[in-house]
Design a protein around this ligand. Structure first.
Ligand code: BDR
Ligand code: CA
Length: 339
């Protein structure tokens, strides 16, 4: 996993920890929603919360490839996890850089690893510079990012993960131009991830599954910043993190809900059958004064270049949420059984 944790990145990580068929080999911490050191601290602390076994967490580049870092604490909270707060973790960071970690792992497990990126692609681009065979050494790459025939969420045409480091995305799309059809990256763009709407009603279902009390903790009329009293620590974390995301989306006229971009990408990484995809040639605008950072998809082969991506064009959000609630709820129950 390569993440910029991040409220929805945290839920993506929880989803994978809760999924028996997933083995998380390592976690790369990428600068994006918050600085890389904060991302790494969040990843380590989340593993503590989940009483997870030792999983290597590496620090990524502190800055994007070519431009200064921009972070978004207004979207994800001062530490990147909404209203939740983590104590410092006793776990230690890897000695390897995130880019070196990518390279070492794909060389050690050729054709076996699914890479999941839910933040800017800075470290993956750096890894590709170290190991150009990486697209063929990975089993599959699944990324959250871009917006296709859809408005951006950062500028009128930019999705956040691409906006932070457009050069990195271009290097990655270029590198995958040579990948065979079954190794093309699966791209979960905003047009689909914005249909993955978490609603206040999803949280009592999660609490019930985990046997956490009280069941009903979030309502649109609550005082902003109300803190969870959930008996289950994982449900408490999710509630405090997601409340911040609900308030952010409401403040931007999207309703009292939260787009679960990254957990959806995690679910697709485990089960590509959740997504309907269409091949396209994707490139990133690096020059435009108004459109720099825009992902452009050539669906019809007008550029005369082979497809370098499979873009997700549809899914069933209710099916995804049933899975998220069942998995994370059962996991929360198993890690913290009710007294
Ligand atoms: C993406 O941007 C980040 O803020 C989220 O974590 C997600 O990965 C959505 O545009
Ligand atoms: Ca993210």
């Amino acid at each position: 996993m390569d993440v910029d944790t991040g409220i929805d990145d945290a839920l993506a990580l929880l989803y994978l920890l809760a999924s028996p068929e997933a083995e998380i080999l390592a976690i790369a911490s990428t600068a994006g929603n918050v600085p890389a050191s904060q991302v790494a601290a969040n990843n380590l602390a989340l593993l503590d919360l989940c009483r997870a076994p030792e999983i290597e967490v590496a620090l990524g580049s502190l800055t994007p490839l070519a431009i200064p870092l921009r972070t978004t604490e207004d979207t994800h909270g001062p530490q990147g996890i909404g209203y939740a707060e983590f104590p410092p973790s006793p776990r230690t960071l890897s000695q390897r850089s995130a880019a070196q970690l990518w390279v070492d792992l794909v060389r050690a497990h050729p054709g076996e690893i699914v890479g999941l990126c839910t933040g800017p692609l800075t470290n993956l681009a750096l890894a590709l510079r170290l190991e150009p065979r990486l697209p063929r050494l990975l089993k599959r790459l699944v990324v959250m990012g871009g917006a296709f025939n859809h408005p951006g969420n950062t500028t009128p045409t930019n999705e956040w993960n691409v906006h932070v480091d457009p050069e990195a995305w271009q290097e990655v799309f270029d590198a995958f131009a040579a990948a065979p059809a079954d190794r093309r990256p699966l791209i979960c763009g905003l047009d689909v991830t914005e249909t993955i709407e978490m609603l206040p009603d999803h949280l009592p279902r999660l609490a019930e599954r985990a046997e956490s009390i009280p069941r009903h903790e979030i309502s649109e009329t609550d005082t902003p910043g109300t803190r969870s009293k959930a008996s289950n620590p994982i449900v408490r974390f999710v509630t405090d993190a997601v409340r911040f995301y609900f308030e952010f989306h409401r403040a931007h006229d999207q309703g009292y809900l939260a787009h679960m971009h990254d957990p959806f990408a995690a679910a697709v990484a485990l089960d590509p059958g959740l997504a309907v995809t269409r091949p396209a040639t994707v490139d990133v605008e690096l020059g435009g004064t108004l459109t720099r950072g825009t992902t452009v998809a050539d669906w019809a082969g007008m550029w005369g270049r082979e497809p370098n991506a499979d873009i997700v064009i549809g899914t069933d959000p209710a099916r995804f949420f049933d899975r998220l609630i069942a998995r994370v709820g059962d996991f929360a129950h198993a890690v913290y059984p009710p007294a």
